[in-house]
Design a protein. Sequence first.
Length: 253
Amino acid sequence: MRPMVKDSVAYAKEAGLDASRLPTHVAIIMDGNGRWAQAQGKHRLMGHNQGYLALKETVYAAQDLGLHCITVFCFSTENWRRSHEEVGGLMQLLVYAMRTEIEELMLRNIRVVVSGRLQELPDDVHNEFLHAARMTENNDSLIFNLAINYGGRAEVVDSVRALAELVQAGKLEPDEIDEKLIGSHLYCPGLPDPDLLIRTAGEMRLSNFLLWETAYSEIYVTSTCWPDFNEHHLVEALKEYQMRTRKFGAVVP
């Protein structure tokens, strides 16, 4: 178990970061598990297993550094197209990882949140993550949001459907619908938009991830495949973020 870091400000400073300018919310597209495994002559599932260890280190490092929220792309609505063996292995790994980590997540006061069409997941996966969310719902340190069976377009569709039902029921007028209202019906409306989006394995695309929420996110891409990603790589991404000037469409002097 990693030692608890009580003074995140000192820890961030030691890492060469300005603790007052850290992103509140970091989102990560964890890409490259399959390529990592293939390069080593291993089965793709071995890449996912190693990716789980990389995620564990990254999440706990994020808390140690003083981040408030981290969202990771675990399984997309398009990933069902992969082989039955790989999908089944991923589902088993998700359950195993959560059961293995839940004790430390509780000890670290980390709250688990899940985004996506959870009702379409296998029952054991669905129930495991709902259980983790309930167990940790009162934790108030880092928010750990897992995007599972998630698609950015699906999220917007589900939000619009919910609003359409309210209009149909006479509880909402169409001209009352604005960005704030659409955002309030996304999967996790209580979370701030990501300040920083990290993508591994060198790919330059969003892959249908947090399309609404990343409208003004800073994007950082590393050629490192996800299984090799660690605390050092996270710190490098945060350093790059702190060199950016965020404009949000305005002109900054």
